[in-house]
Design a protein around this ligand. Structure first.
Ligand code: ADE
Length: 240
């Protein structure tokens, strides 16, 4: 087995085990930026498992034809079940997530909740998906990242992991900045500006230069509401 690990520490931290047919895809995104920082600080551990390594088929096959007419391959049970069983024999998992376009849409409250858990498995779907019996027996949460179809669940697993890990205290340098993200208060974020105060005739709004933090916070809230009304009015519906 050559499962590879993005990890620095063995404390009580967020551990994500990702089961995939394309492990190399994770190298870039997980070796950079926020996720790298979380791993380097020992706040998160990510273990990538190549499902093919668990196949008992002599050609290491991991898929087969779907029963019934029509084209399409399905991920077989055995390698996925063996990998999950191995992991489950080593520790208790809080959730087994399957990435699939027919899952529930990932929204901020779900990411918030997942960031409070410790051990997660993410199974990346591929082809026409995994044999339904895997979903019935092991999967506790099915997540989609949007109403479009990707080539596989790997990009979705990266999105899910990123959305969770950045919320863990200590990952972002400014501890409060995750709280002021779009969606955290049900609103889109207000516009932001930095120096210079004027560029090519374009000025920063005067209020941001007034020095009165309370007034600036009020302005930000007004702008956030305005932006949400314009771009995502459905977020303001009470029965959301
Ligand atoms: N696999 C393929 N498309 C997907 C999507 N939109 N979300 C999650 N997993 C997927």
């Amino acid at each position: 087995m050559n499962d590879f690990v993005f990890s620095q520490s063995k404390q009580n931290i967020m551990r994500i085990d990702i089961l995939t047919l394309f492990p190399e895809m994770f190298n870039g995104p997980f070796s950079e930026s926020m996720i790298k920082r979380a791993v380097d600080k020992g706040i998160a551990e990510i273990h990538i498992h190549n499902i093919r390594d668990y196949s008992k088929n002599k050609h290491k096959r991991v898929d087969d034809y779907a029963y019934g007419p029509g084209a399409g391959m399905v991920m077989t049970i055995q390698p996925v079940a063996d990998c999950i069983n191995k992991l489950m024999s080593e520790r208790r998992y809080d959730a087994v997530i399957y990435t699939t376009p027919d899952g529930e849409r990932l929204e901020q409250p779900r990411a918030n909740h997942l960031s409070t858990l410790n051990n997660l498995i993410i199974l990346c779907g591929h082809y026409k998906g995994v044999d339904e019996r895997i979903r019935e027996k092991y999967v506790t949460m099915e997540l989609s990242i949007g109403d479009y179809v990707l080539t596989g669940g790997e990009l979705a697993a990266m999105v899910i992991s990123d959305s969770i890990i950045r919320l863990i205290p200590g990952v972002l340098s400014d501890e409060t900045s995750a709280l002021s993200d779009s969606f955290q208060n049900g609103l889109l974020s207000p516009p932001v500006y930095t120096r210079p105060a004027e560029y090519d005739g374009m000025k920063v709004p005067d209020i941001l230069l007034c020095g009165d933090d309370k007034k600036i916070e009020e302005w930000r809230l007004e702008e956030a509401i305005k932006r949400t009304k314009e771009r995502r009015p459905e977020l303001l519906d009470d029965d959301q």
